[in-house]
Design a protein around this ligand. Structure first.
Ligand code: PMP
Length: 407
């Protein structure tokens, strides 16, 4: 494997070189969206300069090149998550669309009054609200499994809640607020025993670790491209073939049909029956480049560097009196949510921005988790493999400086 050369890696990300308010940028908002290496930016640019045409609608050369870029990204994504077949990979605009597709096409037709969907307290709204919408239409309910003070799922409780009314269980692979890695394999095994399909929101997992949907043993896996170095408006839903075959199309339109007649239309096979209309072809050219980029570095090196950075950043933050970290799971990704006594999260984030430090403040689209901790908001520093120890030092120095201004 190639050596992990951080200076060379950082040079691949044009945006990391810029300054903000006259200070060198420290970008610690990676859980929100990642920055992009020039290889991804150039893949998008090259697509529009050299290959642009619509997919699967033309036999001319450019049409074939665009189709092969788009279908090539499906192949790359299928390998990236170890899907057993490329036909189980539905290309979407991101996790939100992927989960809504399962909600409306899989769950809604199956739900009846008294049924339930099980999710967890630590979910992003994208893994709560679609279930509430289909529950409201069908008379079903949404239950949420609890977490402990360290921000870990209480596995026994989740299993207890897998009662016969539950028609679908859902959980994040990794929490976007706490970094907690959930024991998906163990939960999937319990779900399988009970015949309950499991949907996993992989948004925050794929940027950090190799994902193998077959080893995880879940039924559905949702991914968003923009958090994994790829352009916005790209993502996927992986689902077992039996589920995709049983799901009616959600969006109707071009590209997803076999034959259209006013007496009745027949649909293409999965995955195409879920891909109505013109997709983000250039974006998916970028997805393929993003996957190549991860592979050129290797997840072993990424994991090792991110572990070290997380430990270092956590230790430095714990030295600060009055600083509380939310989420101290044994297995966690480099996401640190915290608050400082006597300071509002948004005030801190605003002052940190003036120091060139980009962190997110707010509820992180996870109201129920904020309710669990009894706080309106947290600050979140979320790291990526291209971040450095020096940036952690700059962040901590900035935090100590702005804290003085607020106290
Ligand atoms: N789930 C999780 C865990 C997330 O972190 C996010 C993005 N913040 C989403 C879902 C939604 O992803 P997108 O907005 O790309 O659809």
């Amino acid at each position: 494997a190639p050596a992990f050369d951080l200076a060379r890696i950082r040079a691949d990300f044009p945006l990391l070189a810029r300054s903000v308010h006259g200070k060198p940028l420290v970008y610690f908002d990676n859980a929100n969206t990642s920055q992009k290496p020039h290889q991804v930016i150039e893949a998008v640019d090259r697509h529009y300069r050299e290959h642009n045409a619509n997919v699967a609608r033309a036999v001319h050369q450019l049409g074939e090149e665009a189709t092969s870029a788009y279908e090539g990204a499906r192949d790359a994504l299928a390998r990236f998550i170890n899907a057993p077949s490329r036909n189980e990979v539905v290309l979407t605009s991101g996790t939100t669309q992927s989960i809504n597709l399962v909600a409306y096409s899989y769950a809604l037709p199956r739900l009846k009054p008294g049924d339930a969907i099980l999710t967890t307290v630590m979910e992003h709204h994208a893994n709560i609200v679609p279930w509430q919408l289909v529950a409201a239409r069908s008379g079903a309910t949404v239950k949420a499994a609890p977490i402990n003070e360290r921000g870990e799922l209480i596995v026994e409780k989740f299993i207890e809640l897998l009662t016969p009314e539950v028609k679908l269980a859902c959980m994040a692979h990794v929490s976007n607020v706490l970094g907690t890695v959930n024991p998906v394999r163990e939960i999937a095994k319990e779900c399988r025993k009970r015949g309950i399909p499991l949907l996993v929101d992989g948004s925050q997992a794929v940027p950090h670790r190799p994902v193998d949907v077959q080893a995880l043993g879940c039924d559905f896996y949702a991914v968003t491209g923009h958090k994994m170095l790829a352009p916005t408006g790209t993502g996927l839903l992986w689902a077992k073939k039996e589920h995709l075959d049983a799901m009616p199309p959600f969006f109707g339109g071009g590209e997803m049909i076999r034959e259209v007649k006013f007496s009745g239309t027949t649909f293409a096979e999965a995955p195409h029956k879920f891909e109505a209309g013109t997709p983000n072809i250039a974006g998916f050219a970028g997805v393929a480049a993003a996957i190549d980029y991860y592979q050129s570095i290797g997840f072993d090196a990424i994991l090792a560097h991110e572990r070290e950075l997380l430990d270092y950043a956590s230790a430095r933050l714990r030295e600060i009196p009055g600083l509380r970290i939310f989420g101290e799971a044994v297995d966690k990704e480099p996401v640190i949510s915290f608050l400082l006594d006597g300071a509002q999260a948004t005030d801190l984030a605003t002052l940190l921005d003036l120091e060139g430090v980009a962190v997110r403040s707010g509820h992180h689209c996870a109201h129920p988790l904020m309710q669990f901790y009894g706080v309106p908001a947290t600050l979140r520093a979320s790291l990526a493999f291209y971040n450095t120890h020096e940036e952690v030092d700059a962040f901590v120095a900035a935090l100590l400086k702005v804290r003085k201004l607020l106290m």
